[in-house]
Design a protein around this ligand. Structure first.
Ligand SMILES: NC(=O)c1ccc[n+]([C@@H]2O[C@H](COP(=O)([O-])OP(=O)(O)OC[C@H]3O[C@@H](n4cnc5c(N)ncnc54)[C@H](O)[C@@H]3O)[C@@H](O)[C@H]2O)c1
Length: 365
């Protein structure tokens, strides 16, 4: 069986990489494709990563079954639809491939050559890179008109936003189809222009840097700044908790260092982060509140200083993205609210009043 979406058949999909996010992308595909008989191949070079990915996918499906989100037959079909393998030949016949392997431009380039050798010439090839420009990833991939970045957000099976980033070579037909495809599988595609980090990650990682610098400046502890950030920016989890959840310390340090030179000095990686990585390695965790715990700041002027710093930094970062023409105000407002679970920058500016919002940005800068 297959599914025809806006004139293209989708019956077999590939996901490359079974690390933190690949299995979650596969889980979403299994949810929408398995009921229509579609299949998903998850390819990784590391057997352990595949076993871990399989276990994670099975656990999430079982949880959905227990909560009643999936009927037992559907849950079973979802499990059976996904094949975790080291064999790139499992991609044969795929009409769409999403690469979610390690964030390395040379590696991604090589992967797409292996993928292109196996899939049909009209297959659509996507990279879930969180930063790299599609022009660089697909520089040597045949048929660049059918390539783009499709950047998912944590948790990829539930977070609706997918940033679609075309390169100069991506055809309009591809981007049109991708928008229809993602909408039809329940996602919220947002088309943004190509620049290192695209539209949302400079804000996600930049806000983390702002929060870390607030700690370095002695405004509060990690727990306190993380906790107050929820109120300041309308987040469900603070920026340090988000790093723990996504395992994001190493990629954020790298992303910030690149954005520091490629975009603007604000993105310099904070010492707090580089020291953490040196001391604890990539899996180091931040000391944040557990579920239901509180770390409110009793001293109201210190709390206000944390709030003002976070808001000033956030608004400055978000409006730079609009100034640079990467996304429209509407799209950025929506993407930040839904993908990163933060108050939109326009909503926050309207709530504060525009002159207060500008004051906060200027004071932060
Ligand atoms: N973790 C997130 O929340 C998140 C969010 C958005 C985007 N991303 C992006 O997704 C990609 C993967 O991120 P991650 O956090 O899952 O990384 P990860 O390090 O957890 O996993 C990467 C996986 O790629 C595999 N791999 C390496 N070389 C390979 C090859 N030649 N063929 C197949 N597999 C190979 C590794 O064995 C590993 O299992 C990165 O580009 C990252 O920037 C991650």
């Amino acid at each position: 069986m297959s599914w025809n979406i806006a004139g293209r058949e989708v019956s077999h999909v590939g996901v490359i990489g079974s690390g933190q996010i690949g299995p979650d992308i596969a889980l979403h595909f299994s949810k929408v494709l398995a009921p229509k008989g579609g299949t998903i191949a998850v390819v990784d070079v590391n057997e352990q990563a595949l076993a871990k990915g399989r276990a994670k996918l099975d656990k999430k499906i079982s949880r959905g079954e227990q909560s009643g989100a999936f009927q037992p037959e559907r849950a079973q079909a979802m499990r059976e639809a996904v094949n975790f393998t080291t064999d790139y030949d499992a991609l044969k016949g795929a009409q769409l491939v999403v690469e979610a392997a390690s964030e390395n431009v040379e590696l991604k380039g090589k992967i797409f050559q292996m993928v292109a050798d196996r899939v049909d010439a009209d297959a659509i090839l996507l990279s879930n890179s969180s930063h790299l420009e599609p022009e660089r990833i697909f520089a040597d991939t045949p048929h660049p008109g059918r390539t783009a970045v499709a950047h998912y957000f944590f948790p990829a099976e539930r977070n609706p936003v997918v940033e679609l980033v075309p390169s100069a070579a991506t055809s309009e037909a591809t981007i049109d189809w991708l928008q229809r495809f993602y909408e039809s599988i329940g996602k919220l595609p947002v088309v943004v222009q190509s620049r290192y980090g695209y539209a949302c990650d400079p804000v996600f990682e930049g806000v983390f840097a702002v929060a870390a610098r607030a700690v370095e400046a002695g405004l509060g502890t990690v727990r306190e700044v993380d906790y107050v950030a929820r109120e300041a920016l309308g987040m469900t989890v603070g920026p340090f908790t988000a790093m723990n959840l996504t395992g994001g310390n190493p990629i954020t340090a790298h992303g910030l260092a690149e954005m520091h030179t490629k975009i603007q000095p604000w993105y310099a990686p904070p010492k707090l982060l580089t020291d953490k990585l040196e001391a604890e390695g990539p899996s180091g965790r931040w000391d944040v509140c557990g579920r239901g715990e509180k770390a409110d700041v009793q001293d109201s002027s210190r709390k206000q200083a944390i709030i003002d710093t976070l808001r000033g930094g956030y608004l400055g970062l978000a409006f730079e993205i609009v100034d640079a023409g990467l996304a429209s105000i509407d799209d950025l407002e929506l993407a930040l609210r839904v993908a990163l679970d933060m108050v939109g920058p326009c909503a926050l500016s309207n709530e504060l009043g525009l002159s207060k919002a500008l004051d906060l940005v200027q004071s932060y800068a």
